[in-house]
Design a binder for this molecule. Structure first.
Ligand code: F6P
Length: 372
């Protein structure tokens, strides 16, 4: 009886996922091991929505964007059923056993790894590959989708230069990255931005306005300002940190629920930040400002060559570790190598941009204002 391994893709999709599915599927076929694909993330294994993948499945998907399996952000222990959230962890274990799976491959980002760890703690043989355009997954230098998103955001920033120059405008470009600013910083530098705002560096709009006004005095007709969607003013960051401190000290469920409500209210206030930044800078500098929100363009389209290569390498190393029975691991990119690391060492941890990172230095040394 040939072995069967489950596979699912969860969280925000990205180009490159299908390249990883193809690589791990083809590599396992050589070992007479077959994949059972669960649809739409963890809900697929919770409700046993699956199809066997075969050689024909992998044909033509290397360059295909998105995920052929579908995805969702639904968590095993909080699965939407009607209007309720039900703990479907045991149902997932049942499906895993009933399908006689030898293991379960999860391709995803931060949320996916927390869910994968939960299933490992229930005794499932889980093994993961890192995927997020945000590149905010701890324990790996990079993740599937990040390179393609940099390319998309950089091309968008490049395109905005000409219209900004024609109209002598400030162009605010909202880039994805709710918690960490990797994508905004990398595409901002690559796109020759004049100001880059990321969540890790709370900004002072007066300093941003000074930098833009200085450019005007030097005869520069425009300024390009990529803003990570999770960027914060100094004032907002102080309120955010105070709430995070209280969340860390919360003593009981009621307190945690109350703080969750406060957190939602705080982020509701944050919504529309890019428009407010544009209006404030227009007032402070006298220059017209406009906003472009890149949104899901950064998650769409076909994968870059680099992401295809990364996903293929991750897939074949994942297959190697499955054959060795090395479960409970994430395939971690470390320099030129891909090394399995324990999922518990990374689950729940966010990789923020360190202040001494080479990208921060590159921005500062090329006179890019980072808002501080
Ligand atoms: O996690 C990747 C990401 O693209 C974030 O950058 C963004 O904030 C979020 O997903 C958007 O989520 P959704 O696609 O569920 O709206």
């Amino acid at each position: 009886m040939s072995k069967c391994i489950g596979i699912l893709t969860a969280g925000g999709d990205s180009p490159g996922i299908n390249a990883a599915i193809r690589a791990v599927g083809r590599a396992l076929e050589r070992e007479n091991i077959h994949l059972l694909g669960f649809r739409d993330g963890f809900e697929g294994i919770a409700f046993d929505k699956c199809d066997y993948l075969d050689h024909a499945t992998y044909s033509g998907i290397l360059t295909k964007g998105g995920t052929i399996l579908g995805t969702s952000r639904n968590k095993p222990h909080k699965m939407p059923v009607g209007k309720k959230l039900i703990d479907m962890t045991d149902a997932i274990v049942d499906t895993y056993n009933r399908r006689q799976l030898q293991g379960l491959i999860c391709i995803g980002g931060g949320g996916t790894h927390k869910s994968a760890l939960r299933l490992r703690e229930k005794g499932l043989n889980v093994i993961t590959m890192p995927k997020t355009i945000d590149n905010d997954l701890a324990g790996t230098d990079t993740s599937i989708g990040y390179d393609t998103a940099i390319e998309i955001a950089t091309n968008a920033i490049d395109s905005l230069h000409s219209t900004a120059s024609s109209h002598k405008r400030i162009m605010i470009v909202e880039v994805m990255g709710h918690r960490a600013g990797w994508l905004t910083l990398a595409s901002g530098i690559a796109g020759g931005a004049d100001v880059i705002l990321i969540p890790e560096i709370p900004y002072d709009l007066n300093k941003v306005a000074e930098a833009i006004t200085r450019r005007s005095r030097e005869g520069k007709r425009f300024s390009i300002v990529p803003v990570a969607e999770g960027s914060m003013s100094i004032e907002f960051a102080a309120r955010y940190r105070e709430l995070e401190d209280r969340k860390a000290k919360a003593g009981n469920k009621d307190e945690r629920e109350q703080l969750k409500v406060e957190d939602e209210k705080l982020w509701q206030e944050h919504a529309g930040q890019s428009m407010r930044i544009a209006q404030s800078l227009e007032s402070l500098t006298g220059l017209e400002s406009r906003v472009t929100i890149l949104g899901h363009l950064q998650r769409g389209g076909f994968p870059s060559a680099a992401d295809r290569l990364l996903a293929t390498r991750l897939g074949v190393v994942c297959a190697e570790n499955i054959v060795k029975g090395n479960y409970g691991t994430m395939m971690s990119v470390q320099g030129e190598n891909i090394i399995p690391v324990p999922i518990e060492s990374i689950a729940g941890r966010v990789k923020y941009v360190p202040m001494d990172d080479v990208l921060v230095k590159a921005a500062r040394d090329t006179d890019t204002c980072l808002g501080d």
